[in-house]
Design a protein around this ligand. Structure first.
Ligand code: GDG
Length: 467
């Protein structure tokens, strides 16, 4: 197999088995371990001024070279905070109302993509294959071609791809998508994302469909496949057992005094639907008096991107909603909602999932949502909790039969579903859990990686067959 070069906005050098790593980092790290190779991207360092240092910092451990660069303050503001997270993130999550466009930021986004290519180019060998990740790097392949790089280049989008009219709200959408067409293979989390991409390039750019899984534009054939990112269920299960008897989990269980526990864990992001989730929880208390005093909802939401205004706003909204719910419903012995703005050790989170009766995962839009998958994998098989899952999470395509699917915009419907989850009998819980766990085991993280890399190398796109 050729050497693998992974490019992502952030490089997370991780020690093997380090428990804090998320799906992208674990999947990429696994792939690199097999073939050896390079992981290239931003180190997370920001230097003052407008000119970033050209130095590429290289750190080789075993057969992996972590090649990282710093960004200048201007680049960070324009490429990362501005166009990537202030424009693309909201639009790709169907929130053009939250997007803010600035031509200079878009110019900075394109400039940083070209600059990254120039830094990477000297490290490449002719038969390397390149695997580029996520929305920060949509024009990366075109910049590679312009710099004379001829290697095969694949791209995986971790977030949703929006329907064509929504995509069209990004002012430079045409230029951006033309640039994206320079990839050889583009991968999506779900079939509806893949179809939205094909739709866009056929309608707006005049690309031709070539069978189900290819489009052709200007004589260049692009594969478009579906590769749902997964987890390693056994690893999650092991982690979930680690803290089972720890002081924190024991204290939590004692404090609950037989009350039922509902759990949500999300980066603090407006796409995760937390305000709507809080509202539906309150509707549950209003509609079903039997749950008052009997259920505790823990929402863990570590802050993210707090230098972007929309993120500061959602944080204020959540603080106010949580205060109002607790003010109205708490009594001396019971606080219905525990809203926590900090991050926890990964194994503690998995133990918390295991100790709960409902996993409440209701994003307004989500590429996949690994928390939903982790929740299922962390459950005891003989007495599992119930997953309440938004139909707008990519994970719903795989877990739709076992989870209770909800529309996060329907507070009454969600409240009814929560009631059903909290009162579901053991045989139904076991059957639903078994169904979901089988799918997660089949479509695990190595399947995601292996299918993508083998399609990229063999120049054929294999059909996504859900187990
Ligand atoms: C993007 C896409 C797609 C969360 N809080 C803590 C913590 N986490 C971990 C979770 C999970 C990960 O972070 C979050 O992954 P998600 O998939 O839920 O969401 P995004 O961060 O938005 O990820 C998403 C993903 O990329 C992969 O393709 O699924 O749709 O938006 O693993 O457990 N981990 C620790 N402490 C915390 O407090 N240690």
């Amino acid at each position: 197999m050729s050497r693998l070069v992974v490019v992502s906005n952030r490089v997370a050098p991780i020690a093997e088995g380090k428990p804090t790593a998320g799906g992208l980092a674990v999947g990429v790290f696994d792939a690199l371990k097999q073939t050896g190779g390079i992981w290239f991207g931003w180190s997370g360092d920001i230097v003052d001024g407008s000119t970033p240092p050209d130095t590429v910092h290289k750190d080789t451990r075993d057969n992996i070279t972590y090649a990282t660069v710093a960004l200048s303050r201007t680049d960070y503001d324009q490429y990362y905070r501005g166009f990537s997270n202030g424009m693309l993130w909201p639009v790709f999550h169907y929130r053009p109302d939250l997007a803010r466009y600035d031509r200079r930021e878009y110019a900075g986004y394109c400039r940083v993509n070209r600059w990254l290519v120039e830094r990477l180019k000297p490290l490449l060998q002719p038969d390397d294959i390149l695997w580029v990740h996520d929305y920060h790097l949509l024009p990366f392949a075109r910049a590679c071609r312009q710099a004379g790089i001829r290697n095969r280049i694949g791209f995986f989008l971790h977030i949703p791809f929006p329907a064509e009219p929504v995509m069209a709200t990004v002012p430079p959408h045409r230029e951006l998508m033309e640039a994206m067409c320079a990839y050889d293979l583009v991968g999506f989390q779900t079939d509806s994302d893949r179809r939205a991409f094909v739709d866009y390039v056929c309608r707006r750019l005049g690309a031709g469909r070539r069978g189900d899984r290819y489009v052709e534009i200007g004589g260049h054939r692009i594969g478009a496949g579906v590769y749902p990112i997964g987890i390693y269920p056994d690893e999650i299960r092991e982690l979930s057992l680690k803290h089972n008897r720890s002081r924190q989990i024991t204290n939590l269980k004692q404090g609950l005094q037989q009350r039922r526990l509902m759990v949500s864990v999300d980066r603090l992001d407006y796409s995760k639907g937390m305000v709507e989730r809080f509202t539906a929880f309150e509707r549950l208390l209003e509609m079903t008096p039997a749950h008052r005093g009997q259920v505790t909802f823990v929402q863990i939401a570590p802050p993210s991107r707090s230098d972007v205004e929309q993120y500061r706003r959602i944080r204020r909204q959540l603080e106010s909603a949580a205060g109002s719910i607790n003010g109205r419903w708490s009594d001396l012995a019971w606080t219905p909602l525990r809203y926590i703005n900090k991050s926890y050790d990964r194994s503690l989170l998995m133990s918390l999932f295991r100790a709960s009766q409902v996993g409440y995962v209701t994003p307004l839009r989500d590429g996949m949502n690994l928390v939903a998958k982790e929740y299922v994998a962390a459950q005891p098989e003989d007495d599992p909790g119930v997953l309440v899952l938004s139909e707008f999470a990519g994970a719903a395509e795989e877990l739709g039969e076992g989870a209770l699917l909800v529309n996060p915009y329907d507070a009454d419907g969600m409240a009814e579903t929560l009631d059903r989850a909290l009162t579901m009998a053991l045989p139904e819980r076991v059957a639903r859990h078994r169904n979901m766990l089988a799918r997660l085991t089949e479509n695990n993280l190595s399947r995601w990686r292996d299918r993508f890399l083998s399609d990229l190398q063999s120049e054929t796109v294999t059909p996504e067959v859900v187990a």
